[in-house]
Design a protein around this ligand. Structure first.
Ligand code: HEM
Ligand SMILES: [Cu+2]
Length: 604
């Protein structure tokens, strides 16, 4: 294997230097239908950043309604389609908005930005390979995102502003299974399900590729326990994905069959929906919840573990210290992934399950806090006594840890059955998952963008703009989401177009307005990120191979690396975290640097 790798690497670098004799790759093959993992990673990154803005706009619309219910919508209120509604957000449209916000954020932002963008860009570079094991499959995994994006788009617009998909991102039957159940349960829901299937196909192609690449294509000397945590995060995520995803895909087809072919996997008998005739069935809506969460609980780790890995790399580079407890960090990642498969029932505590079963899920869920705490303590241990350098990537990574602690702690509250019975489906849940998904993962992604941008484009992003983006996002984030805990405990339900209809919630309106202003601040701050990103791509100051004095193999390749990555196949002598090592005078020691063994005293 390594010989084959060597040959291809040689051939690639030969290509790059000998322009004269070889036909150049055309623009389309180079930038659009490229099989180069770096181009594909950057394609994923730019696509997901744009989707982040789409998902953000949908969120701001949701927040508008919660702060200024039934008031004329800014900007969109003037559009022709909203004229019938009087320029306001109707309850149906509100339901579409939060459904599509979550859909876009989960399926088109968080999952693809981690595995698709950073997995692609970093895996070959960090293990010392010239590309992925299956480059064409890799290209397809990106291009399968587009049918998904188009189908989601169709689903949103096909029914006008009253009949888009409206069953939430969780798509529980019978809303999602019976076309007459709600305005959005018709064609829109079918397109939505097809779109999710395309995302699944894309993810599976990626996972197969990542597992194969990491197992087979590591450079000489890159043993498993010399791999950076980013690679461990990506590897374990790929395994998790490939076990969990088939369940969701199968369940998705089962709903599609229920909708189109008259099966009744999820449709019970004798149900009267919307004054239609009673359903003929025998299926179980709860079955969907089991299947959906059997995928989607592991999926929350698919949305987290790669970021945990990347943050570990960034922390070491800016604490100038080795990772505290490397092996426990690897084992705890694996433990989180393993336990993640036996806790799905914690999403169903209120579904009337047998208390003995509820207790089992409660205990297993709480056990996840143990490996999570190992990780948190080790990150803090890494920072402890370090020579901390607060660059933009570092600030975002420290935010990752602290926000993850908040999100993890609220998770333990909900894992307790008696507490969850009270706060289930309230804004407390919404606070919890935004702390883990946005507070942790997305801050990790922001850190990773600023950290690896120089490798992607050979130019630096502006650190001051980066810091401003960080500070505004951090303030806006906590203003928006910390407050949600309070609303949840006060009893405000999620997914409700007009909570203030209920007198016991009326006094929460000012808090909601504060949250909406915070969310607007956060939304506008993202233009700083986009501006900094696209400006620096063309006009940022140029940088060398290793602007951060970091240890990983990726810093050994030119910035940006050519097709084929390395000048020659790197040889690895040690792990990636040998910062401030006594073996050298520099405060870092790259994985590829050879240090001859010192003669032992007493030997000649
Ligand atoms: C210490 C670790 C964690 C524990 C104990 C925990 C516990 C829970 C529990 C019990 C629920 C269900 C609450 C309910 O519906 O009543 C829940 C919901 C959720 N959790 Fe966590 N969680 C943890 C970490 C995470 C992480 C790391 C993520 C994502 C990266 C995450 C994402 C979510 C999401 C998205 C939901 C809500 C899904 C929905 O209803 O739409 N959680 N969590
Ligand atoms: Cu869960």
């Amino acid at each position: 294997m390594s010989i084959a790798t060597h040959d291809t690497a040689g051939a690639h670098s030969h290509d790059d230097h000998a322009h004269g004799g070889h036909p150049e790759i055309g623009f389309v093959r180079k930038y659009i239908f490229s099989t180069d993992h770096k181009v594909i990673g950057i394609q994923f990154l730019i696509t997901t950043l744009l989707m982040l803005m789409v998902g953000g706009a949908l969120a701001l619309a949701v927040r508008w309604q919660l702060a200024f219910p039934w008031q004329w919508m800014p900007i969109a209120g003037d559009l022709e389609v909203f004229k019938d509604q009087g320029g306001i957000i109707s309850p149906e449209f509100y339901t579409m908005l939060f459904t599509m916000h979550a859909t876009v954020m989960i399926f088109l932002v968080i999952i693809p930005v981690l595995a698709g963008a950073f997995g692609n860009f970093l895996i070959p570079l960090q293990i010392g390979a010239d590309d992925m094991a299956f480059p064409t499959l890799n290209m397809l995994s990106y291009w399968f995102m587009w049918p998904a994006i188009v189908l989601f788009g169709i689903s949103f617009v096909i029914g006008g502003v009253t009949a888009g998909p409206a069953a939430g991102w969780t798509s529980y039957p019978v809303l999602s299974a019976i076309a007459s159940a709600a305005p959005g349960s018709g064609a829109a829901q079918t397109f939505w399900l097809l779109a999710v299937t395309c995302v699944g196909v894309s993810s599976m192609m990626g996972s197969v590729n990542y597992m194969t690449t990491i197992i087979n294509m590591r450079a000489p000397g890159m043993t498993l326990f010399r791999m950076p945590m980013t690679i461990w995060g990506m590897f374990i995520t790929a395994i998790l994905q490939s076990f969990a995803l088939p369940v969701l895909t199968a369940a998705g087809f089962m709903v599609l069959f229920d909708r189109t072919m008259g099966t009744c996997f999820f449709v019970p008998a004798g149900l009267v929906v919307n004054n239609a005739d009673p359903t003929i069935g025998g299926g179980q809506p709860l079955l969907w919840q089991h299947l959906f969460w059997f995928y989607s609980h592991p999926a929350v780790y698919i949305m987290l573990l790669p970021a945990m890995g990347m943050v570990s790399d960034i922390l070491c580079a800016f604490a100038r210290k080795p990772l505290f407890g490397y092996k426990p960090m690897v084992y705890s990642l694996a433990a989180i992934a393993g336990l993640g498969f036996i806790v799905w029932g914690h999403h169903m505590f209120t579904s009337g399950m047998n208390p003995a079963l509820g207790m089992t899920f409660m205990v297993s869920t709480m056990m996840i806090a143990l490996p999570s705490a190992v990780k948190t303590f080790n990150w803090i241990g890494t920072l402890w006594g370090g020579n901390l350098i607060f660059t933009t990537p570092m600030l975002n990574s420290v935010a990752f840890i602290s926000m993850f602690i908040v999100g993890g702690l609220s998770g333990i509250f909900m894992a307790a059955v008696p507490v969850d019975l009270y706060i289930h489906d309230s804004y407390f849940i919404v606070a919890h998952f935004h702390y883990v998904l946005f507070g942790a993962t997305l801050f990790g992604v922001f850190g990773a963008i600023h950290f690896w941008f120089p490798k992607m484009f050979g130019r630096m992003m502006n650190d001051n703009v980066g810091k401003l983006h960080f500070v505004l996002t951090f303030i806006g984030f906590n203003g928006t989401f910390f407050t949600m805990h309070l609303l949840g405990v006060a009893g405000m339900p999620r997914r409700l177009a007009d909570p203030f209809n209920y007198p016991y919630l009326e006094h929460l309106l000012p808090l909601n307005q504060f949250m909406t202003y915070s969310a607007m601040l956060m939304g506008f701050a993202q233009f700083l990120l986009l501006g900094n990103f696209f400006y620096s791509m063309f006009w940022g100051p140029k940088c060398g191979r290793n602007p951060w004095n970091a240890n990983g193999l990726e810093w050994d390749a030119p910035s940006p690396p050519p097709h084929g990555n390395f000048d020659s196949i790197p040889v690895v002598y040690r792990g990636p975290y040998e910062y401030s090592s006594p073996l050298t005078d520099k405060d870092y020691l790259p994985q590829t640097e050879y240090i001859p063994p010192r003669p032992q005293p007493g030997t000649t």
